[in-house]
Design a protein around this ligand. Structure first.
Ligand code: HEC
Ligand code: HEC
Length: 505
C-alpha cells in the first residue's frame, strides 16, 4: 500500500527537487503537515509561526487537486473512482456500500474548492455543486438528501460563538444541579447570548451522594448534551474539524488517519490519506479565512461607492428586517467575549476525546497544551487593506467594538427550527425532524446564491417566501409588506457580501 507520507528524502533527491523549476512541481510534492512540527513551534514560543504555517498549508490543501497517488476518490465498484450519486446498489466486496465509515455520498471531487467556489475560492456553490446523500443506504432516490454548498469564510466565528454559548448553558445546568440537590427539584430556563433554549427539569433521585435525573424533553433547538452545533444545514457538527474529516471522506474520498487509522476504508490502495496535521491545517485555514463584510462597510473605507439613496435603502431594509421578526432567528450581532480560536478547542464538547478511529488525539500529538491559537481580531491574514492614509484596516479580522470586544455579525441564533413541511427533506436520517434546520447564517448571503439547504431558491425573495413552520409569522409579515418595503429587505440582504481583496483588486 502506498502512503502519501514521504518519510526522509535522501539529500541528493531533495537537492534535485529544490533546483527543479517551480512549474515542473507535480502533485506528488505536496507533503503532509506534521502535527509534531506545529507542536514544536508552539512549545518554543513560536505559536504565531505555527498558526501562519498551518494557514498556508491549509490554503494549499483546500485548493489542491488530489490524485490517485494521494488516495483521492474511492473504489466504488465497476472499476470506477467517483460518483455524484450514492451507489448503495454497488454493495459487493470493497464496493461503495461496504466502505467504512459508511459512505453518505461521493466520492465526487478532487479538491475542496471544486465545490466551494462561488463567487470565488472557499465560497458557496451553484446547484451543479449540490451534494446528493443517502446516509441510510436506502438506494431509493426518493429518499436522497440534496445539499447546497455553503461558504467556508471565517468559520472561527460560528465555532467560538457556539463554544461560548455551550459554556453558558453548562454552567446553568450545573447550578441547577446544585439547587436540585438541596431542594429536591428545579426547572431552569436556559439562555445563552440572549437566545432561549427551552428548559431542563432536574429531580433528585438520591441524596448521598446526590444524584439527579435531568429531563431534557423541553429543550428547544439544541441537543440534550447542550453542545451547540453550528455547522451543516442541519446543525449536526460542533467543530470545523469534525466537518472537515467527514467532507474529506464523503466528497473527496480522502480518509484521514484520525478517521480510519491505518486502514483502507475506501479500498483504493492508499492509506493515511490525510495526516492529523493536515486536518489541523485545514481547520485553522477555514477558521481564519476573511470574514464576510457589508457594502456599507466597504463604502466607509472607500473601497466601493454607495450613493446616499442606496445607503438609505439598505438602512431602511435593516430596520424592517428586525420589525418583521427575521432578527429573532437571524440574530444580527453577538459579542465574542474571548476571541481566541484554539485548535484543538479547550471547551468540553468541542475537542475529540477519542478520534473516530478510536485512538487518543494525544497519541497523535494533538493536545490542548500545544494547541495552535490565533487572535480573531488581529491574526486573520487575508483582507488586510491598505488605506489611503497609509494605515492598515484588518477587514478580514473579527470586528471589535469601542472596548475592543469581538463583535460577530453572523445572523444566526445557532438554534434548530422546524421550517414546516414545504422545506422538509424527504427522509430524516438524523432523527431530528425532516423539516428541522439550523438558522442559516446570513453573513455573506448576498454572494452565496442559490439559497436554502437544497439550493431551490434562485432569488432572495424566493428564499424568504419558502420559510414556514416556526418562521411562518415572519414570512407572512414579509409577504404582507408593500413591494417597496420587501425590496428594501432584499437590498439589505444583498449588502451582506463575501469580499476578497485579492480577487477584487
Ligand atoms: C462535492 C462538493 C463539495 C466538496 C468537494 C467539498 N464540500 Fe464542503 N460542503 C459541501 C456541501 C454541499 C456542504 C453543506 C453540507 C451540509 O450542510 O450537509 C458543505 C459544507 C462544508 C462545511 C460546513 C460549513 C458550515 O458553515 O456549515 C465545511 C467546514 C466544509 N464543507 C469543508 C470542506 C472541506 C475542507 C472540503 C475538502 C476536504 C470540502 N468541504 C469539500 C460541498 C462540498
Ligand atoms: C424561525 C427562525 C427563522 C426566522 C424567523 C427567519 N428565518 Fe431565515 N432561515 C431560517 C432557517 C432555519 C433557514 C435555513 C432553511 C433551509 O435551508 O431550508 C433560513 C434561511 C434563510 C435564508 C437563506 C440563507 C441561505 O444561505 O441559503 C434567507 C435569505 C433568510 N433565511 C432570510 C430570512 C428573512 C429575510 C427573514 C424574515 C422575513 C427570515 N429569514 C426569518 C430560520 C429563520
Amino acid at each position: 500500500m502506498k502512503q502519501r507520507y514521504l518519510g526522509v528524502i535522501p539529500a541528493t533527491i531533495l537537492a534535485a527537487v529544490l533546483f527543479t523549476p517551480l512549474a515542473v512541481f507535480s502533485e506528488e510534492t505536496l507533503s503532509q503537515v506534521d502535527q509534531d512540527h506545529l507542536n514544536d513551534l508552539v512549545k518554543h514560543g513560536q505559536g504565531n509561526v505555527a498558526f501562519l504555517e498551518a494557514f498556508e498549508a491549509g490554503d494549499e490543501l483546500s485548493e489542491f487537486d488530489f490524485t490517485a497517488d494521494h488516495g483521492v476518490g474511492a473504489n466504488i465498484g465497476e472499476g470506477r473512482r467517483f460518483t455524484r450519486f450514492p451507489r448503495a446498489d454497488l454493495d459487493g466486496d470493497q464496493e461503495w456500500a461496504s466502505h467504512f465509515p459508511k459512505r453518505e455520498g461521493g466520492a465526487n471531487a478532487t479538491s475542496c474548492i471544486s465545490c466551494h467556489s462561488a463567487p470565488f475560492a472557499n465560497g458557496a456553490g451553484g446547484v451543479a455543486m449540490n451534494v446528493v446523500l443517502d446516509p441510510d443506504h436506502t438506494g431509493d432516490p426518493s429518499q436522497y438528501l440534496e445539499r447546497n454548498t455553503t461558504s467556508l469564510f471565517a468559520l472561527s466565528i460560528p465555532q467560538r460563538l457556539a463554544e461560548e454559548m455551550s459554556v453558558e448553558l453548562y454552567l446553568q445546568r450545573e447550578s441547577a444541579r446544585g439547587l436540585a440537590c438541596s431542594q429536591g427539584a428545579t426547572t431552569v430556563a436556559l439562555v445563552a447570548k440572549e437566545v432561549k433554549f427551552g428548559t431542563l427539569s432536574l429531580t433528585r433521585i438520591n441524596t448521598e451522594p446526590c444524584e439527579v435525573n435531568i429531563d431534557t424533553s423541553q429543550l428547544a433547538g439544541i441537543d440534550a448534551d447542550l453542545v451547540v452545533r453550528p455547522f451543516g444545514w442541519k446543525g449536526n457538527h460542533a467543530t470545523i474539524r469534525s466537518f472537515t474529516r467527514d467532507a474529506a471522506h464523503n466528497e473527496l474520498g480522502l480518509q484521514a488517519t484520525e478517521l480510519v487509522g491505518a486502514q483502507d476504508g475506501d479500498f483504493d490502495g492508499v492509506i493515511h490519506e490525510l495526516s492529523v496535521g493536515d486536518v489541523t491545517a485545514l481547520t485553522l485555514y477555514m477558521a481564519a479565512l476573511e470574514r464576510p463584510v457589508s457594502t456599507v462597510e466597504l463604502a466607509e473605507f472607500g473601497l466601493i461607492n454607495l450613493t446616499e439613496a442606496q445607503s438609505a435603502e439598505i438602512a431602511a431594509g435593516e430596520h424592517l428586517f428586525t420589525t418583521v421578526g427575521c432578527s429573532s432567528c437571524h440574530v444580527p450581532s453577538m459579542e465574542i467575549a474571548n476571541p481566541t480560536f484554539s485548535e484543538p478547542s479547550r471547551v468540553a464538547g468541542y475537542a475529540d476525546i477519542l478520534f473516530p478511529d478510536g485512538s487518543n488525539p494525544g497519541a497523535h500529538g494533538l493536545g490542548s497544551d500545544t494547541a495552535v491559537t490565533f487572535d480573531m481580531r488581529l491574526d486573520p491574514p487575508n483582507n488586510q487593506v491598505l488605506l489611503d492614509d497609509g494605515g492598515v484596516y484588518y477587514l478580514g479580522a473579527l470586528e471589535t467594538d469601542a472596548k475592543g470586544k469581538g463583535t460577530a455579525r453572523w445572523f444566526s441564533d445557532f438554534k434548530r427550527h422546524d421550517m414546516g413541511p414545504a422545506l422538509s427533506d424527504p427522509s430524516d436520517p438524523l432523527g431530528m425532524g425532516a423539516s428541522v434546520f439550523m438558522t442559516r447564517s446570513l453573513a455573506g448571503v448576498g454572494s452565496t446564491g442559490p439559497w436554502l439547504h437544497d439550493g431551490r431558491a434562485t432569488t432572495l425573495d424566493e428564499a424568504i417566501l419558502a420559510h414556514g413552520g416556526e418562521a411562518a409569522a415572519s414570512r407572512h409579515a414579509y409577504a404582507a409588506m408593500s413591494e417597496a418595503d420587501a425590496a428594501r429587505i432584499v437590498t439589505y440582504l444583498e449588502s451582506l457580501i463575501l469580499f476578497s481583496a485579492d480577487t477584487e483588486h
